[in-house]
Design a protein around this ligand. Structure first.
Ligand SMILES: [Zn+2]
Length: 296
């Protein structure tokens, strides 16, 4: 059993090694996957308390953002198999908490994955260590995601990383100075006239900074941050994003009381259509480039 500090050092070394290897290697997407031709599909997988979002592009490329808790891994793989997915082009781990990366372990064990984008936020946990060791053992490309990066998946779909920023070590928003939630990778996806914002578990502090830097975009669909916690989704941020559809990923009767009533009340007040995994189960939103359609 490693002591916590030693364990964190080991984890930091694995991350540094994976990033060093990744900078020397490329990757390609050569496989053909069954999907809805011409449509962008975002499937919000009901993983109980946690996040897992599958993006399928018009040309059949796939990106899995988070995988729920470790126990949810089988469910995520089942949904992938149901959609005819044999391999994944891109996995994004928004941040190293177990309700986001736990299920990715099963996914990485069972399906080939081309590349993993990670917050690279130092974190000491058995789950994060197991996930990193698997990436190392399977020789999967590994990169840190930073604001300004673009994830190239499909020519018709733009995937921009909006957070965390690439800053100097002394900066208050440097990755090492952020809490694990606030180190979450935030993704902005646009296809034609339609947009989707995935916010991981960022909190109001980051929302304020994104507004200050002019990097809080309008988005028709918002994956509400941190399972609908009242420590996120400030009224300033929601007013800036102006979502038409707000998606909340949370388990029924979870111990945190997510989603918090203040958040739900604000979203209702802002006129959002609210979709929740706890009531709708797994559901998909599909875009033809002009509008989003809810697909139960
Ligand atoms: Zn979470």
């Amino acid at each position: 059993m490693l002591k916590p500090l030693r364990k964190l050092t080991v984890i930091c070394l694995i991350v540094a090694y994976l990033l060093a290897i990744a900078s020397c290697s490329g990757y390609s997407h050569e496989q053909v996957i069954e999907s809805e031709p011409g449509l962008l599909t975002a499937t919000f997988i009901d993983v109980g308390q946690g996040d897992s979002i599958l993006i399928e592009t018009p040309s059949g490329k796939t990106m899995l953002v988070d995988g729920g808790e470790r126990a949810a891994g089988d469910k995520v793989v089942e949904v992938l198999r149901e959609r005819g997915i044999q391999r994944i082009d891109v996995v994004v781990a928004t941040h190293p908490h177990a309700d986001h990366i736990g299920g990715l372990i099963t996914v990485l064990q069972r399906l080939p994955v081309d590349i993993v984008y990670d917050s690279a936020k130092p974190h000491s946990s058995k789950t994060y260590e197991d996930y990193l060791r698997l990436i190392y053992d399977k020789d999967i490309s590994f990169r840190s995601a930073r604001a300004g990066d673009e994830i190239v998946l499909d020519d018709s779909v733009k995937i921009s990383v909006l957070w965390p920023p690439r800053t100097d070590a002394g900066d208050p928003f440097h990755i090492e100075n952020l809490s694990v939630n606030n180190a979450s990778v935030v993704l902005y996806i646009s296809f034609g006239d339609t947009t989707l914002l995935l916010t991981g578990d960022i909190e109001a502090l980051v929302e304020e900074e994104m507004i200050r830097k002019g990097s809080a975009p309008e988005a028709q669909v918002l994956k509400v941050a941190h399972h609908g916690s009242s420590t996120s989704s400030s009224s300033d941020f929601i007013s800036m994003v102006r979502p038409e559809i707000a998606v909340i990923c949370a388990a029924r009767d979870n111990i945190y009381g997510f989603p918090h009533w203040e958040t739900v009340r604000l979203l209702i007040y802002m006129g959002c259509k609210i979709l929740m995994t706890e009531t709708h189960g797994t559901f998909a939103l599909q875009s033809d480039g002009k509008t989003w359609t809810v697909n139960p």
